[in-house]
Design a protein around this ligand. Structure first.
Ligand code: ZN
Length: 50
């Protein structure tokens, strides 16, 4: 298994919420697109993101 390069992690390549690869945010192992990150990021404790 590769490290956290974001491509060979497994079957989840795109956003784990909506599946799109566009605007992905891979930090913190979230693997969410920016829209989903905005949508649920706050809800999971990333309140600094504004
Ligand atoms: Zn998404």
């Amino acid at each position: 298994m590769a490290r956290d390069h974001g491509e060979t992690i497994g079957r989840t390549i795109g956003c784990r919420r909506c599946g799109r690869k566009r605007g992905m945010i891979r930090r913190h192992g979230l693997r969410l697109c920016r829209q989903c990150f905005r949508d649920i990021g706050r809800d999971i404790g990333f309140k600094k993101f504004s």
